[in-house]
Design a protein around this ligand. Structure first.
Ligand SMILES: Cc1cc2nc3c(=O)[nH]c(=O)nc-3n(C[C@H](O)[C@H](O)[C@H](O)COP(=O)(O)OP(=O)(O)OC[C@H]3O[C@@H](n4cnc5c(N)ncnc54)[C@H](O)[C@@H]3O)c2cc1C
Ligand code: SF4
Ligand code: SF4
Length: 330
């Protein structure tokens, strides 16, 4: 029996599922939200007339392809509550609409992604997290991004990242690029708006070139660890420390650029399967997945942008396909 359970329905999951079916292997996606696509499906294009290579086009046709593919079963609004092994197969309990059913699979792919640290946070007026900013970019209309034209916007990079206090000391690597592109879109839509980008260090392949491009467009780069604290006349205040004391500035809008942190179910998944959490809380293999039948794909393993997630998931699919071929030839 060749039927693969994929937990999660985001970019990584959909890529694995699609590629498996190209090799004649059935897949079943279990997604806890009401539709497939994960976070990326609600992200927006960052073109400013020219494409700024945000990576989203990588997934442009993926959702449609998965939705129409009859070899991929999609169970949304659902979770996997238990997994047991029996006679070399996996029996997974899938809870959907209050009903739990046991399904049988040959292999499992964990593609449950990362946690949006600002998901349900209610900020003071004028302040939003990175994924909410993506939603605005998606809903963008000609000459319009926010509900009213701002005269000043601050982007605070490494929000909740690269700090031991927040238990997220790593760099997510893609979010400097995301911030730079977002700043350029804001400046493109509102040329008169003051756009300030507060960064700790700029993680791009050619940082000096990218920063020069931002400056050319009139975006100010401020190297410091800034925070958003309090408000003045209902507008958010950004503060940061300099050698001669604490500085502050008031903005119409503040965007807190969050990175990638481990998913909330990683511990439970590690306990249910032959996996372990690394010191940061992401999942990793204990034994080769070809031996255990449990594979990983995408940001459940660590920070990745869209292109890296896509490549990682495609490679996971190749490993499964190759393992089946080997099994069939024995
Ligand atoms: C603010 C922000 C902006 C970004 N912008 C960009 C960008 O412009 N360009 C770029 O290259 N990258 C960007 N990224 C990175 C991008 O979001 C990731 O590369 C991508 O989402 C990874 O896809 P994934 O499938 O691994 O995870 P996810 O998108 O997190 O998908 C995981 C899926 O699994 C589901 N799930 C989770 N747990 C369970 C469970 N227990 N049971 C069932 N389903 C479950 C979730 O609901 C979700 O649908 C951005 C990230 C952030 C935080
Ligand atoms: S979605 Fe991203 S990659 Fe695609 S055109 Fe827009 S900026 Fe370019
Ligand atoms: S990529 Fe940039 S914004 Fe993201 S964590 Fe690293 S330094 Fe901070």
């Amino acid at each position: 029996m060749k039927r693969v359970l994929i937990i999660g329905g985001g970019l990584a999951a959909c890529t694995v599922a699609r590629d498996l079916t190209y090799a004649g292997i059935e897949a079943c996606i279990v997604e806890r939200n009401s539709s497939i696509g994960g976070k990326v499906r609600n992200y927006g294009c960052k073109a400013t007339g020219d494409c700024l290579n945000c990576g989203l086009c990588t997934a442009a046709t993926l959702w449609d392809c998965v939705e129409k593919n009859e070899k991929i079963q999609k169970i949304c609004n659902a979770t996997v509550t238990d997994i047991v092994r029996k006679d070399g197969l996996f029996l997974a309990d899938i809870l959907s609409g209050g009903i739990s059913e046991t399904h049988m699979f040959s292999d499992i792919v964990l593609a449950s992604g990362f946690r949006d640290i600002y998901g349900s946070t209610v900020f003071q007026p004028g302040v939003i997290g990175g994924i909410a900013m993506e939603r605005l970019l998606k809903d963008r209309r000609e000459g319009e991004l926010f509900d009213s034209a701002p005269s000043s916007v601050a982007l605070l990079l490494c929000s909740g990242s690269r700090t031991i206090k927040d238990q997220a000391p790593w760099c997510s690597r893609f979010c400097c690029g995301f911030s730079g592109r977002t700043a350029r879109v804001i400046k493109h839509v509102y040329p008169e708006c003051k756009v300030d980008l507060y960064y700790t260090d700029y993680q791009e392949t050619h940082p000096e070139y990218c920063m020069e491009k931002l400056r050319e467009q009139g975006i100010n780069l401020v190297k410091c660890r800034a925070r958003c604290e309090g408000s003045e006349d209902g507008r958010p205040v950004v503060t940061w420390d300099e050698a001669d004391g604490c500085k502050s500035a008031v903005y119409d809008r503040v965007v807190l650029i969050n990175g990638i942190v481990p998913g909330e179910n990683n511990r439970a998944f590690a306990e249910l399967t032959d996996l372990k959490q690394n010191s940061d809380g992401f999942l990793e293999y204990v034994k080769e997945p070809e031996i255990t039948g449990v594979y990983l794909a995408g940001t459940v393993k660590g920070p990745m942008g869209v292109n890296e997630t896509y490549r990682d998931a495609a490679y996971t699919a190749v490993r499964i396909i190759e393992a089946y071929k080997k099994e069939a030839s024995n």
